[in-house]
Design a protein around this ligand. Structure first.
Ligand SMILES: *[C@@H]1O[C@H](CO)[C@@H](O)[C@H](O)[C@H]1NC(C)=O
Ligand SMILES: *[C@@H]1O[C@H](CO)[C@@H](O)[C@H](O)[C@H]1NC(C)=O
Ligand SMILES: *[C@@H]1O[C@H](CO)[C@@H](O)[C@H](O)[C@H]1NC(C)=O
Length: 401
């Protein structure tokens, strides 16, 4: 045994030590979740080293990895699948082939990826959208909005709005034989945030009010104000999405200033004068008792950061910042939250706030699932909880068509 072997052995032990976290007991398929978690941590470590040595930027490695999952638009016996553009924004369309007398429902699906990665081209999203179109005999529209850090806030939001407005034109709906009374918007993770903000903004616009029948948010992130909620504490190190990784990636939607990341991790990023917004995200008020456990409410600290990011105060970034009047006219909403997810409380609080405002909400909480589950529902992981969430999602749409 040479020194190299010894060094290699030691590195493995160190890496295992660095990446090890206990996987929660009730997680479904714990060995798959452990593998996902370890691979994510190794990727994070590698991305950090690459950035440090100047090889590439931190986020580039994540982008490269998601790119390996891209697939071409493939039509089959039931669906015509094409890549095209709406208002110069790339979209993938799933158009049912079956002859039908009636007009079809439509679903606009906004993918996740922390605003820096992800695409409708990724296998898991293609799988979800294909299945939705096929099972519901629906038209599915999946936009590829601009990503950070090339395009900063609110580019992603604006692209999604632009695609929806293009699609909602009478002549476009007619072209695809879509029933204007049955149009849905859905999204997961950061795509859930975009779903929330797009639906709110359209509802405020007299020209588009009541044009969306329902919105679906799958483990959405809905605020950037309080990073100290119970779920952010309990799932700080994952599995899969750690607090630090979520912040390091999604912050690139506003800035590449590392100081801001550190301020957020200390929950000290909100500017002077923003304290009146805390009431909209106060988990002590809005979280059902069972999720509060023994956590003690601590207010985020204001005025520590010199730079001022208006995006933190903007409901195009944080749909939870809408007041009750702005929430009360929102359409029927379906929220899926997962127990083992830093973003769990964002979703739970939105459910409470929407219900308080009188919006009809269906909520499913998946006790044994992790954040991002549907992104692991296809090869090679075939994560069961991801498949179950997809099934719940499509079944809910089917019931509410
Ligand atoms: C097409 O639809 C039929 C009937 O719903 C189904 O049995 C078949 O598996 C579908 N084909 C594909 C490729 O999904
Ligand atoms: C948050 O809620 C708790 C409990 O209702 C309350 O004591 C506290 O003042 C609230 N804080 C803010 C900033 O809204
Ligand atoms: C909610 O916000 C809107 C827009 O800023 C404002 O016009 C309205 O007065 C607010 N409503 C309440 C109840 O604060």
């Amino acid at each position: 045994m040479g020194n190299k072997t010894l060094l290699f052995g030691l590195s493995c032990i160190l890496l295992a030590y660095y990446t090890y976290i206990p996987i929660p007991e009730n997680v479904e398929e714990p060995w798959k979740v452990r593998l996902i978690d370890i691979l994510t941590k190794i990727t994070t470590l590698t991305a950090t080293v690459f950035e440090y040595t100047g090889l590439m930027k931190f986020e580039d490695l994540f982008f490269i990895i998601t790119k390996t999952q891209y697939i071409e638009p493939i039509s089959d016996e039931n669906l015509t699948v094409i890549d095209t553009e709406f208002n110069n924004i790339p979209v993938r369309l799933y158009l049912p082939k079956r002859k039908s007398e009636r007009q079809r429902p439509a679903v606009i699906y906004i993918h996740g990826g922390a605003f820096v990665t992800g695409s409708f081209k990724m296998r898991p999203y293609d799988f979800v959208n294909r299945m939705t179109a096929s099972r519901l005999d629906a038209v599915v529209v999946a936009p590829d909005y601009r990503l950070a850090p090339q395009d900063l806030f609110p580019a992603a939001h604006e692209d999604c709005i632009s695609v929806v407005k293009f699609f909602l034109q009478d002549k476009v709906l007619e072209k695809y034989r879509v029933d204007p009374a049955h149009i849905f918007i859905s999204g997961d993770s950061s795509g859930g945030a975009l779903t929330g903000s797009v639906t709110q903004l359209l509802q405020d616009d007299p020209e588009y009010r009541n044009k969306i029948k329902a919105q679906v948010m799958i483990y959405p992130g809905l605020q950037a104000i309080d990073i100290g909620m119970p779920s952010y504490r309990e799932c700080e190190n994952g599995p899969f999405l750690s607090r630090k990784l979520a912040i390091r990636l999604s912050i690139l939607y506003f800035t590449d200033d590392k100081e801001v990341v550190n301020a957020i991790l200390r929950n000290e990023h909100m500017p002077e004068g923003s304290r009146d917004l805390f009431k909209f995200v106060n988990w002590s008020d809005f979280l059902p008792e069972k999720y509060k456990r023994n956590h003690v409410y601590r207010e985020p600290v204001v005025g520590k950061l010199n730079v001022f990011f208006t995006a933190f105060l903007d409901r195009r970034m944080s749909p939870l910042l809408a007041n009750d009047t702005q929430l009360q006219n929102l359409p029927l909403t379906y929220v899926i939250t997962c127990e083992h997810d830093i973003l769990r409380d964002d979703g739970l609080i939105y459910v409470t706030r929407l219900r308080n405002a009188g919006v009809p909400v269906t909520h499913d909480h998946i006790e044994n699932a992790i954040h991002g589950a549907i992104s692991f529902a296809t090869a090679p992981m075939y994560l069961h909880s991801g498949l179950r969430i997809i099934d719940k999602y499509i079944s809910w749409l089917q019931k509410n068509l």
